[in-house]
Design a binder for this molecule. Structure first.
Ligand code: HEC
Ligand code: HEC
Length: 462
């Protein structure tokens, strides 16, 4: 093709875009657009393969012991082959660096969940239980592996990096309620135990680890393709593939292995970018959807974008004052200066494909594709359903759910719950706890009940 032809083509493609895009609403005062950064391209099929078979976490429980302990599963939810056929979807059988076959945790521990009986890859898990100290199990596992293989065996050697990580992490990650996630603290603790340059393990943490656990919900993977920054507060900048491979810090030996793992993550990103939001499984009232769309365009689109044929997404960071939701997550990133500095001078920040953390004084207004499936709502999962998200005076202070994936309410759009008068157990969300607050995002409060009703019908259709 000649250069002129190419230029013409570019010209026409641009024209077409301009003609067909509805004018996106102007960004409201108190918001800042997040600039895009360049991303690596990859192959989605190889990415999926690596995600569910890959050894990015390369140490774990020797497979014989795992199966003997009855941890196998015959569901094969991912349709995997070989010995992974009998391994639960959130674990992967891999060869440890010394050749011993082990079962290691994979990303789907937190990034997949059954909803009404169907596994949805990319849906953040809100069923996982981090309320107990996960290291309490170590003595038992030690005993079993000692008996089966002895503690100077290759099997023990393949288990040891996992063991030391669980011992360091377990007591640091405890949450107040089932279904919220301590991954941000996990990242801090792992950084503290890793050498900044070559990522080798130090038993003594090099950073002061804050005592509190600032919890979050887990964002759906299908939203990432629209986002210019990772994480609820938009502080993940630069190369996304580099940022998300940090999970392998759980057990990896050092940066030699990290480079190898990093080479696969452009493919994992490409796979994540192919995931589409699941469609609402119930009936939709078409008239209400149309009325709801008008209300959305008027009250919500300036922050959350527009949907349908000519969609747009403004990538806005919304100041804490304006959104008013629990500020702790955003603030903690400013307070953990030592961690942010560690990251920004570490192996992760080295070119090519450098990543960096930029603390922000607000939260990203997320895309709302598939929002019907992602309850509970807000960055800390403090609001059980869309009905209460849009009417802040109705939000429960203590709410309890069954932690059963089929206990989902398609009318109110979110988890069924009972309102309690105090925290009665580890299934009761208590919004009075540190970082668990449910205030703010009052943008639905001024609408009438009828307006909220049609707006929710529209949100179901996204
Ligand atoms: C222990 C649970 C856990 C594991 C394991 C985990 N993640 Fe996450 N992930 C989270 C949480 C929680 C967040 C949101 C944190 C925040 O925004 O503050 C997140 C955020 C992300 C995001 C950003 C999404 C967005 O829209 O901003 C991506 C992408 C991601 N994870 C990919 C991965 C990949 C790939 C793996 C495996 C290599 C992985 N994660 C393993 C819990 C986990
Ligand atoms: C000024 C900007 C702004 C406006 C206007 C706005 N939102 Fe939001 N919205 C946000 C931000 C920021 C968040 C994330 C807050 C957090 O997680 O703490 C959010 C979160 C949400 C969530 C939760 C998403 C999730 O998965 O947790 C929903 C649903 C939502 N908004 C719907 C709406 C609707 C419907 C309207 C209109 C009535 C609206 N928003 C108006 C900024 C806005």
């Amino acid at each position: 093709m000649t250069l002129t032809l190419l230029l013409l083509l570019v010209f026409f493609t641009n024209c077409k875009d301009e003609l067909s895009t509805e004018n996106p609403p102007a960004p409201p005062v108190g918001t800042t657009p997040i600039p895009a950064s360049e991303q690596r391209n990859g192959d989605p099929d190889s990415g999926y393969d690596y995600l569910v078979y890959g050894d990015y976490v390369g140490n774990g429980i020797p497979i014989g012991a795992f199966n003997l302990a009855g941890q196998g599963s015959d569901e094969n939810l991912l349709g995997r082959t070989g010995d992974n056929e009998n391994i639960p979807h959130d674990f992967t059988a891999v060869d440890a660096p010394n050749g011993v076959r082990v079962v290691a945790a994979n990303c789907l521990q937190c990034h997949a969940q059954k909803l009404n009986g169907e596994l949805v890859v990319g849906l953040g898990s809100t069923l996982y239980d981090f309320t107990n100290d996960q290291s309490a199990i170590v003595p038992l596992v030690d005993g079993v592996l000692g008996l089966l293989y002895g503690n100077d065996s290759p099997e023990w050697e393949a288990y040891e990096p996992f063991r030391r990580a669980v011992l360091a992490l377990g007591p640091q990650l405890m949450t107040e309620v089932v279904g919220v996630n301590p991954a941000d603290k996990l990242a801090v603790v792992l950084a503290a135990h890793r050498n900044q340059d070559d990522l080798s393990w130090n038993d003594d943490p090099s950073l002061d680890i804050p005592s509190e656990v600032v919890i979050t919900d887990v964002p759906a993977w299908w939203l990432l393709k629209k986002k210019n920054a990772m994480f609820y507060n938009g502080f993940g900048r630069g190369d996304f593939a580099r940022i998300m491979m940090a999970s392998s810090l759980l057990t990896l030996q050092d940066s030699t292995v990290a480079r190898e793992v990093d080479g696969h993550f452009a493919d994992v990103l490409a796979f994540i970018n192919t995931i589409e939001a699941p469609e609402f499984p119930g009936n939709l009232d078409v008239d209400k959807v149309t009325q709801g769309k008008a209300i959305f365009t008027e009250n919500c689109a300036s922050c959350h974008g527009t949907y349908g044929e000519n969609e747009s997404y403004p990538n806005l960071l919304v100041n804490l004052d304006l959104v008013g939701t629990d500020p702790i997550l955003a603030q903690s990133n400013f307070e953990y200066v030592a961690y942010v500095d560690w990251y920004n001078e570490s192996w992760f920040a080295q070119p090519p494909f450098a990543a960096r953390l930029e603390p922000q004084n607000g939260y990203v207004a997320p895309p709302l594709d598939g929002v019907w499936a992602t309850a509970p709502y807000l960055h800390n999962g403090s609001v059980p359903d869309l009905t209460t998200l849009l009417n802040s005076s109705e939000r429960p202070t203590y709410w309890r759910r069954t932690i059963d994936d089929s206990d989902y309410n398609l009318d109110r759009v979110g988890w069924n719950y009972t309102t309690e008068t105090s925290k009665i157990d580890n299934q009761t969300y208590d919004v009075t706890q540190f970082s668990y607050g449910n205030g703010g995002h009052t943008f639905g409060d001024l609408l009438s009940d009828e307006e909220r009703d049609v707006l929710i019908e529209y949100l179901k259709s996204l």
